[in-house]
Design a protein around this ligand. Structure first.
Ligand SMILES: Nc1ncnc2c1ncn2[C@@H]1O[C@H](COP(=O)(O)OP(=O)(O)OP(=O)(O)O)[C@@H](O)[C@H]1O
Ligand SMILES: [Mg+2]
Length: 283
């Protein structure tokens, strides 16, 4: 049987190769993602894997034209390879292998167990959705999961990474353990930079003002804002109200500082935010 653990190149379209490597549990393509990528959850030799590709240069029949062309999608996957190789953390599924194919790299990740918190907007009101279940976990479980999110970003920032397109669609929660894994960090950028897009990739609910302003500085303080917005959204049980926040006053104050509009008024770095977060968590 073909293997996803070999390091040799694939001389065919991954879409025909990958299903031969094991049991396809799920396919992710234009029906569920707007990236233009094609990915699979595959059980290969008894092991669940997440296999991610940029798809093919031409969209599949009936698929809309993605925002990014194939070359740009391959560029993001190469960025994801750099990120995975620069930082290991329990919350990051391990990148086990990269196989080259004519359609670009095939990234073979460890599969995360759990459910994606982000759901389509029309499902956000459904009490059975992971979005609602995550938001209504009894305290202090959500804060423990956010410790993991913050700790991961302290490690990523130490390796130079500034968050991009971090939103609830990157959070996989295992409600049983409970545990948090973070996926799809392909749009993170290494080092501080400027907004070269106008409206950058991301979910408006969690984005910082500088991610909407062409030419604005985008740096670790942007990461601080996004992290705090995600925490506030879910830890206030989706209300954004202080009265519903499931943490202490000290923690609420840390998040309020992190969410200030002017980057200069926030914590100066993810490390500073992390220190303030964990100090408030222990207070
Ligand atoms: N390591 C993983 N283990 C298990 N499931 C994963 C893993 N990585 C991603 N997924 C699942 O696959 C889906 C698609 O992955 P991902 O978000 O990385 O693809 P994408 O092509 O970048 O999509 P988009 O940017 O449009 O959301 C995720 O929403 C998540 O449900
Ligand atoms: Mg993506």
């Amino acid at each position: 049987m073909a293997s996803l653990t070999v390091t040799s190149d694939i001389d065919e379209d991954p879409a025909s190769y990958v299903p031969q490597c094991g049991t396809v549990l799920r396919q992710f393509d234009h029906r569920t993602q707007d990236s233009g990528n094609v990915s699979w959850l595959v059980e290969s030799e008894g092991r669940p894997l997440f296999v991610k590709t940029a798809g093919t240069p031409q969209p599949a029949r009936g698929a809309p034209t993605p925002h990014l062309d194939h070359t740009a999608r391959v560029g993001l996957l190469r960025n994801a390879i750099q990120l995975a190789r620069s930082c290991t953390h329990p919350a990051l599924p391990t990148l086990l292998n990269v196989i080259e194919s004519p359609a670009g790299p095939v990234l073979v990740y460890e599969a995360a167990t759990g459910e994606l918190v982000g759901v389509p907007s029309e499902r956000r009101g459904d009490p059975a959705s992971p979005y609602q279940r995550f938001a209504h976990l009894p305290a202090p479980t959500p804060l423990g999961l956010f410790d993991t999110l913050v700790d991961l970003h302290v490690a990523l920032a130490a390796a130079g990474w500034v968050a991009g397109d971090l939103y609830d669609g990157c959070l996989i929660v295992d409600f049983e353990t409970p545990g948090l894994r973070v996926v799809d960090l392909d749009s993170y950028r290494r080092g501080a930079g400027t907004n070269d897009m106008g409206r950058m990739f991301g979910s408006t609910r969690f984005m910082a003002p500088e991610e909407l302003e062409l030419g604005a500085a985008v740096d670790e303080r942007t990461t601080v804002h996004t992290l705090a917005r995600i925490v506030w959204h879910f830890a206030t049980r989706l209300t954004e109200e202080r009265s519903q926040f499931c943490g202490s006053n000290a923690l609420a104050q840390v998040l309020a500082t992190a969410c200030r509009s002017r980057p200069d008024d926030r914590h100066a770095s993810v490390a500073d935010f992390g220190r303030a977060w964990f100090a408030a968590r222990q207070a």
